[in-house]
Design a protein around this ligand. Structure first.
Ligand code: GTP
Ligand code: MG
Length: 695
């Protein structure tokens, strides 16, 4: 049986979920059509999805259509849930990208297109909402061509548009499929005479493209032989697989017209699961070595968990794509990512919030549901214990939004932490981390909407009240010039005294070098046994710098001289001396605060670039460049202090009416001075005072 695994992607609200709901109905997989608007979608079944009428997670459906098993992953379009799109790519072999018949290519369309290009995943386009006022398929086609500079395969032509959209012409079969009322599929008819010429011309183009695909077809074509329907399909499929051409289909999900015909073409042109014959894995015991596995059912078992759902009743549900080999129910598999064996129980086929039972082994190309696998997490490789291999790690989008969070009731801290942890298992672009430097639990991810949904669940379902705040910046401190100091620790209080004297020289190290301690004692001025004490003292002093109490980095401390006392010296005494000497030396070494600076990439529509640039300037940013990446989208690259970006995901959205997005990652630390440093010092002092009061 042919297996097709495909993800529905696209800008938010283009109709991905509606397409899937229609498809389930049209193929007889469900009895009544579900709709997003009425909160009855099969795919948007989560309470938050019903409430907000958007998808917030990816959902997988397995359906049979003629000779094919088709697994469809409905992904969310909002940039906040891009993690779901990225992980879905690991489970599928192609994507059906929906665009709106009026809006054409939108910002997320461009971003997803670029992601798909990065991992070389074949693409098909579906122009939805053909019924909408001002729908204009020619404009959309030009728009796609212009933005993505790719060869489009017009395998269909719409019949009418806006109110008149009544079906499609299949240019391979050369038949019209026309809807009158609400049917599950169009009635096959002859092509309407007024569309005949255009259809003939487009079909000829298709045949030419199909003929380009292989030498055999080229030869046949050049010899004047006509290509059969099968050969045309084969040629076109080849072009799609090589990403040399992209089919364009048309439908209206609101009217459920063209959906079934889109499925028919998708079944032929979307690449089957094993269109790439091998899969490259890594040898688990030496990941620098590649192990190539054949993509067939007889090879070694290798699969990837690309989605995890934490179900209130069923517990953890893992969705596995099998890339090679065969998996039996009750089999013990090896989770190479966790280095542990785990037994699978029953195998199921995914069907939204439920599953269909599978009465055969699961094989290469299947997407299956596994329950009761406490170990497995999204991204994990499941394989056979005999020859363990591991798949390269999932490449995830870096977080762009962070919030510090604590339970209102201190007693609920642990519960809050474990629930947040759980949320991060379900959404791989949501992270929870305790920041030791700022002593805050920080959640980070893709945006406010993502956080609001996770946090409102915490509150509504688990009754946890939380306090959210802007996360503190993890400042550091360093020195900017060499200096020296000495400190004599001497105490006489009956019994044993304490004595240790330390001469310390400090100097700046290049950024990122951390700390270096040099023992330059000669002639036993300090006995060897006490020297580790000095280093400990210096390290302790470095935990809280002299400027505002932030950790000190990028310093070399050399112990050059000292003195000791036969009876009163101890490691502790030298530790105290080391600590104090460091503080004194740092005070004289032009100490400064370092702030984290981020590498920022902002994606915005042309019209906003001026505003974004001037905003970045006001944020002390340094713009490095701007590139047109297609789709009228500019990519602005800049280096900007993290302190200025704490609310950037909110600000950028409001500056760009919700269309802009960005990525950022840590770049380096830069010193700050003047008013900016004074403000940081003041704010830190106030915070410490308040913390002290709370205790
Ligand atoms: N006029 C018209 N509206 C449609 C059509 N298809 C979907 N819609 C409407 O568009 C809205 C969004 O549809 P969804 O199916 O939720 O879109 P989506 O792409 O899944 O959206 P996200 O999950 O948020 O990314 C809903 O109100 C649908 O009723 C269509 O063909 N024509
Ligand atoms: Mg949706």
């Amino acid at each position: 049986m042919k297996k097709i695994n495909i993800a529905l992607t696209g800008h938010t609200s283009v109709g991905k979920t509606s397409f899937l709901d229609d498809l389930l109905y049209d193929t007889g997989s469900v009895d009544a059509p579900g709709t997003v608007d009425e909160g009855k979608s099969m795919s948007d079944y989560d309470e938050e999805e019903i409430k907000r009428k958007i998808s917030i997670k990816s959902t997988v459906f397995s359906l049979n259509h003629e000779d094919a098993l088709i697994n469809i992953v409905d992904t969310p379009g909002s940039a906040d849930f891009v993690g779901e799109v990225v992980s879905a790519f690991y489970g599928v072999d192609s994507m059906l990208m929906l665009v709106d018949a009026v809006n054409g290519v939108e910002i997320e369309t461009t971003k997803i297109w670029n992601r798909a290009a990065g991992i070389k995943i074949p693409v098909l386009f579906l122009v939805n909402k053909m019924d909408k006022e001002r729908a204009d398929y020619r404009k959309v086609i030009d728009n796609i061509k212009e933005n993505f500079k790719t060869k489009l395969l017009l395998t269909q032509l719409p019949i009418g548009q806006e109110d008149d959209f009544s079906g499609v012409i299949d240019l391979i079969k050369m038949k019209a499929f026309v809807y009158s009322e609400s049917e599950k599929s169009g009635k096959e008819q002859d092509i309407p005479p007024e569309l005949k010429d255009e259809s003939d011309a487009l079909r000829n183009e298709l045949i030419e493209t199909a003929a380009e695909s292989t030498d055999e077809l080229t030869e046949k074509y050049l010899e004047g032989e006509s290509l059969s329907e099968d050969e045309i399909m084969r040629g076109l499929r080849e072009m799609v697989q090589k990403r040399e051409a992209v089919p364009v289909l048309f439908c209206s999900c609101a009217l459920n017209r063209g959906v079934f015909e889109a499925l028919n073409i998708l079944k032929e042109l979307a690449p089957p699961s094993n269109f790439r014959e091998t899969i490259t894995t890594l040898n688990l015991s030496d990941t620098s070595k590649e192990v190539v596995l054949e993509r067939n059912k007889d090879g070694q078992l290798c699969g990837i968990v690309f989605k995890t759902i934490i179900d209130q009743f069923a517990g953890k549900i893992s969705i596995l794509r099998i890339l090679s080999g065969t998996l039996h129910s009750e089999e013990e598999v090896y989770n190479a990512s966790r280095d542990k064996k785990e037994k699978v129980s029953k195998l199921g086929l995914p069907f939204g919030k439920t599953q269909k039972s599978l009465d055969r082994d699961a094989e290469e190309g299947d997407i299956i549901v596994l329950t009761k696998m406490p170990l497995a997490e999204t991204g994990d490789t499941l394989t056979s214990p005999a020859k363990p291999v591991i798949l390269p790690e999932m490449v995830l989008p870096s977080p762009v939004h962070s919030v510090a969070i604590k339970a209102e009731n201190k007693k609920e801290e642990d519960k809050l932490a474990s629930l947040l942890q759980r949320a991060s298992e379900e959404d791989i672009a949501f992270h929870v981390q305790y920041n030791k430097e700022t002593k805050q639990t920080v959640i980070s991810g893709m945006g406010e909407l993502q956080f609001n949904i996770i946090l409102s669940r915490l509150k509504e379902k688990n009754g946890i009240d939380y306090v959210a705040s802007t996360p503190l910046v993890a400042y550091r401190e360093t020195v900017q010039s060499p200096s020296k100091a000495d400190y004599k620790h001497k105490k006489q209080s009956g019994g044993h005294g304490q004595y240790g004297q330390v001469f310390l020289e400090i100097e700046p190290l290049p950024r990122g070098e951390g700390f270096e301690f040099l023992d330059k004692i000669v002639g036993g001025a300090i006995p060897k046994g006490y020297i580790p004490g000095v280093e400990k003292g210096v390290r302790e002093a470095m935990e809280e710098g002299v400027v505002a109490g932030y950790p000190v980095v990028d310093v070399r401390a050399s112990l050059v001289f000292g003195s000791y006392h036969e009876v009163d010296s101890s490691e502790l005494a030298f530790k105290i001396a080391g600590r104090q000497a460091f503080k004194l030396a740092m005070d004289k070494a032009k100490p400064t605060i370092l702030e984290p600076v981020m590498d920022l990439k902002v994606y915005v529509d042309d019209q906003y670039t001026g505003d974004i640039m001037s905003d970045l300037n006001s944020k002390r940013g340094r713009v490095l460049g701007m590139d047109n990446i297609g789709g009228g989208i500019q990519l602005i690259r800049a280096k900007v202090p993290q302190a200025e970006l704490l609310k950037y995901s909110i600000e950028l959205r409001s500056m760009t009416s919700g269309t802009g997005s960005f990525e950022m990652e840590f770049s380096h630390y830069d010193p700050i001075s003047g008013k900016i440093a004074e403000d940081v010092i003041k704010a830190t002092a106030m915070r410490k005072e308040e913390e002290a009061k709370e205790k």
